[in-house]
Each structure stands twice: as C-alpha cells, then as structure tokens.
Design a protein around this ligand. Structure first.
Ligand SMILES: Nc1ncnc2c1ncn2[C@@H]1O[C@H](COP(=O)(O)OP(=O)(O)OP(=O)(O)O)[C@@H](O)[C@H]1O
Length: 317
C-alpha cells in the first residue's frame, strides 16, 4: 500500500537547511494499522504531507495506493483520505452539508453524495449531530466529523495526523474505538501519528519510531520492547552478603545485573518465565528474597534505549 525509497525533505530556514525527513524507506501492507511515533519535530507530519502529496519531496520516491506521489499525485489523492491536525470541516455549515459538499468535490452526484454522507455519519455514530454546525460540537465529536470528511470518497488508505491529541481520555478512547472499527469492518489501511505512547503501545500493531527524520525502530510494540529493553526483575535480600550471592545467581540468567546495597536488578526476557526459576535457584543457594518485583518496559524505555533521551520528557518540554 505504501513504498518509500530514500524519501527526503529539506527546508531552508534563515540560510540553513533543516533535514525534516532524512531518507526514509518504509513498506506498509494493505490492512496494516501503523503508528508513527517520535518527539516534536521528528519529521512525522512532513512525512505524512509528502505521502499525501501536499508537499513535494526534495529527493527519493514513494508509491502510495499504487500511484507515484511525484508523477501521479491526483491518483494518490483519489485513493487516500487525510485527516490533518486542524479541523477539516468549517464552522458555518451543518455537518451533513459539509459531508455532501466534500462528496461533490470528489465528483459525486447530489443523490450519491447525500447517500454517502448518511453512510459515513452512521459509521462514525454522528447521526444525531447531522444538522448541527461543527463549531457547536465537543472536541471528540468534532474530531469524528474530521474523520468522516476523510472517508467520504471511500479511500482504501487513511492518514490521521494526531487524531486524539487534545482530547480528554474518554474521547480519546472513543476515537480509537472508531479507528479500530474502520479497520475491522472496512479493512482499511491506517497510518497515524500520535504523541501518546500508551495508545501506540496498546492500539497499533506496528510502531514506527521516527527521530531526526529517520526511522530508528520498526515493529510490533511487543517486539521492540522485548528486543530493545527486556523486562526487569528487582529482588531485595535481607543482607548485602545475600545480595552478593543473588548477584552470582542472577548472572546465570542475565548479562545485565546491577546491585545496589541489598537490591539486585537484572534484565531478562521474559520475566514471567525467568522469575520463578531465578527464585528457586536462589533458595537452593540458601538465600530467600525479601521481595521480588517485575517491571515491564514501555515504548518510552524503547526510545530511551535507542537514543539516550526520554520521549516523555521531550514532549513535556
Ligand atoms: N514549512 C517549514 N519550514 C521550515 N521548517 C519546517 C517546516 N515544516 C517543518 N519544518 C521543520 O521540520 C522538522 C520536522 O517537522 P515536523 O512538523 O514534520 O515534525 P513532527 O514530528 O510532525 O512534529 P510534531 O510532533 O511537533 O508535530 C522540524 O524541525 C520543523 O521545524
């Protein structure tokens, strides 16, 4: 559905070149749900803008839904939907009229555009707001109208730039419910950007981590976490002498063991399998653990392992 080769976009700013996207190779299959994750300024929006033909690349190439972004931008646009960061519906017309106008802009006849508007209103559970103006809706309802606008022409592929940013947790969950339903019921390919690490972790089956305009990790959240960070087991013993024994035993299970006083920390994969065996071996060596904890990594730990920086801290900043 998407194939990019060395896709690059530079901007000129005050005599300097900003490499917003610095050579991205990406392959996305039909029906995938892919989250692009990365700090502010990583290049996610620039990448989406190139794939949706809103911005020409400086170099490299890409085909999207079978069409070349350089030589056939109108072919790309006919086959994709794009929900940008800003609201796509205006303030002054009723929601249904906005959708009908959108359908007309894609060349539908009046009757077909009306029929399609009603269909997407149903898909996004917006029927009750059909006659309201977008400006009178809540943030979450409005975001659903944006998604409906992107679906009017039945695209096989939908790009969503931060679909849940700025919404309260309940509206975020609701937007995700709709995104997952589009995929399940219509088999759509969905490519989205998000700032929410937990959302990418739980919802997307594939996470593409972007930093400084490059892809630095690509895979399922589970695989990225187990390959790049692993789980941690923390065991406390009653004396430092016991901790020294626990360290020796831990080194049989893990190449990464740290000891601090009576606390022993080891990196393993997966902890659920290793912990019982570690505790049994420890008992056999004459040491009883006072406490044992398992911590599973987050995507922020993955980013930290890859870059030495915390995505959470950067976003807070
Ligand atoms: N029109 C532009 N002119 C100059 N620089 C730009 C322009 N658009 C983007 N950039 C720069 O390109 C880099 C990538 O920006 P981009 O908006 O793609 O990042 P992003 O990952 O989407 O960030 P965010 O998560 O904050 O939306 C940034 O350094 C940004 O300042």
């Amino acid at each position: 559905m998407i194939d990019t080769r060395g896709l690059t976009r530079h901007f000129r700013m005050g005599g300097q070149t900003v490499p917003a996207v610095a050579g991205i190779d990406l392959h996305i299959e039909p029906g995938e749900l892919v989250a692009l994750l990365g700090p502010n300024g990583a290049g996610k929006t620039t990448l989406l803008r190139m794939l949706t033909t809103l911005l020409p690349p400086t170099s490299g190439s890409a085909t999207v839904a079978g069409c070349d972004i350089r030589t056939d931008p109108s072919g790309v646009r006919a086959r994709i939907g794009y929900v940008g960061q800003r609201n796509s519906a205006g303030e002054n017309f009723r929601v249904r009229d906005e959708l009908v106008t959108q359908g007309r802009a894609y060349g539908m006849g009046v009757a077909a555009a009306r029929e399609r508007a009603d269909e997407v209103l149903g898909q996004l559970e917006l029927d009750q707001f059909a006659l309201r103006k977008p400006g009178t809706l809540s943030g979450g309802q409005r975001r659903r109208v944006d998604i409906a606008m992107g679906l009017v022409h039945r695209p096989a592929l939908l790009f969503l730039d931060e679909p849940s940013t700025g919404l309260d947790p309940q509206s975020r969950a609701n937007i995700w419910e709709h995104i997952l339903r589009l995929r399940r019921e219509l088999g759509m390919t969905l490519v989205l950007t998000t700032h929410y690490l937990e959302e990418a972790d739980r919802m997307a089956e594939r996470v593409v981590v972007v930093d400084h305009g490059r892809v630095i990790a690509d895979g399922t959240a589970e695989r990225l976490k187990s390959e790049l960070t692993g789980d941690h087991i923390t065991v406390t013993t009653s004396t430092e002498a016991d901790a020294a024994v626990a360290r020796g035993v831990a080194e049989r299970f893990s190449g990464e063991v740290e000891v601090d006083g009576t606390t022993v920390r080891l990196r393993v994969s997966p902890a659920t399998r290793v912990l019982p065996e570690y505790l049994r071996t420890l008992e056999a060596a004459g040491v009883s653990a006072v406490s044992a904890d398992v911590s599973q990594p987050t995507l922020d730990d993955v980013f930290l392992a890859l870059t030495g920086r915390s995505l959470r801290d950067e976003q807070a900043a």
